[in-house]
Ligand binder design. Structure first.
Ligand SMILES: Cc1ncc(COP(=O)(O)O)c(C=O)c1O
Length: 410
């Protein structure tokens, strides 16, 4: 197991030197230096409108295209046209839903879950107004992964799409997307996966997952405040309708689903995420580029993250007044280091506020997975406490947090 090179990390994330222990990464990560460099290059190079014939405009177009290509590489898509870009994952799911529904009939069905972030529920539920029947795949009480048989029972020949998360941003547990996708495809439907809580931790591979659509927020993957949504090319071309200007043809993939222009400098900034992962791999002895480097980097992240999860979960399990919300397993195959818990009968907000002065960034609430958190009727009364680590966090930071939690013990 390669040990994380802390000097490399510190030089790539200057904000870590502020002394804050950033444990709200599932909300948004710190930005790697190569990302900021690319954004600066774009803005201070030649900040022009795309699509004109003069040289600077052509170069700007190439830079934005490079960003889309980087996002395709990050998801292992076949071609950049399979990547929609936008401000947030929520917006992109919404655009996709609007593009797909025009090809569906009233009475067609969509299955959403009660354990997703609202980003991959709300846009689909809104289609009810257009006659689409919405069904809900529920997390069984007390479980941290859903039951595939429950999904099978919900699907029928009217099911058009199943929207499901890859990782719950509360539970941290990794869902068996390949198995789910196979079941969905057997039923003749499509699957739209929310990868927002997965993408900061493991290499996304839309082909290996069998995902038809897969979205994530680049701002949680060490990048700019930008988002990407993969759609298989033939599906985007033939099964979605243009939601952009009326004169965009149905073959204009993916722009027909991207009303307006994407943000140019942030699109180009996404190239910096690949730069960072490649540099990380190199600093850890992997002399490759592209997918092999990306996969190697994420494998090293996973090993380190498992150590962080183990440390925190071991502490939480040692307390008889704490309930872990999600899987108690620290194993990297089971979870990412997004750990939620409550201190039984105590306000989550009060505890988090007492930790704040120690310069530790954790938070409380439902994290927009409101349906899931409401379904649990927690004794805290105000949601869970969530500690979400990534590869740049250290065991020493986890220990600082444990020390704080211990000092607040009643
Ligand atoms: C699992 C999950 N999905 C979706 C989102 C929404 O992402 P965005 O802000 O890009 O819409 C979040 C944000 O926290 C999330 O955690």
């Amino acid at each position: 197991m390669a040990k994380i090179d802390q000097d490399f990390i510190q030089s790539n994330f200057p904000s870590l030197k502020t002394g804050t222990a950033f444990f709200d990464n599932a909300g948004g990560s710190q930005v790697a230096v190569p990302v900021a460099d690319r954004i600066t290059q774009y803005l201070l190079g030649a900040n022009v409108q795309l699509g004109a014939s003069y040289d600077a405009s052509q170069k700007a177009g190439a830079a934005v295209a490079e960003g889309r290509t980087a996002l395709a590489l990050l998801m292992n898509a076949d071609r950049p046209e399979e990547v929609m870009m936008g401000a947030t994952a929520t917006q992109l799911f919404d655009q996709l839903a609007r593009g797909l529904v025009q090809g569906w009939q009233p009475g067609d069905e969509v299955i959403v879950t009660n354990f997703d972030h609202e980003a991959n529920i709300g846009p689909w539920r809104k289609l009810e107004a257009q006659g689409i029947v919405i069904r809900e795949w529920q997390m069984p009480k007390g479980a941290d992964t859903p039951d595939l048989e429950d999904l099978r029972a919900l699907m029928n020949d009217k099911t058009r799409l199943v929207a499901v998360t890859h990782v719950s941003n509360i539970f941290g547990s990794i869902m068996p997307i390949r198995q789910i996708a196979d079941a969905v495809h057997e039923a003749g439907a499509l699957i739209c996966v929310d990868g927002v809580a997965f993408a900061p931790h493991r290499a996304v591979d839309v082909k290996a997952l069998g995902a038809d659509f897969y979205g994530f927020s680049v701002y949680k993957v060490y990048g700019p405040h930008h988002a990407a949504l993969y759609g298989r090319y033939d599906l985007l071309r033939d099964h979605t309708r243009n939601i952009n200007h009326y004169f965009y043809g149905e073959d204009k993939v993916p722009n027909k689903l991207e009303p307006g222009n994407p943000n140019y400098e942030l699109a180009y900034g996404c190239v910096g995420v690949v730069d960072y992962l490649e540099a990380f791999a190199k600093a850890h002895g992997v002399n490759e580029s592209g997918r092999p480097a990306i996969e190697a980097a994420f494998n090293i992240f996973a090993d380190h993250e498992e150590v962080l999860s183990e440390r925190l979960l071991t502490y939480l399990k040692s307390r008889d007044d704490v309930t872990i919300i999600g899987t108690p397993s620290a194993a990297k195959v089971d979870r990412v280091p997004t750990v939620a818990f409550i201190v039984n009968g105590q306000s989550s907000e009060a505890l988090v506020r007492k930790v704040d002065p120690a310069g530790i960034g954790i938070r409380f609430g439902d994290f927009h997975s409101k349906r899931l958190v409401n379904s649990m009727e927690l004794s805290s009364g105000d949601g869970v406490i969530r500690v979400s680590a990534v590869h740049y966090n250290t065991v020493a930071e986890i220990d600082r947090l444990i020390e704080q939690l211990e000092s607040l013990r009643r």
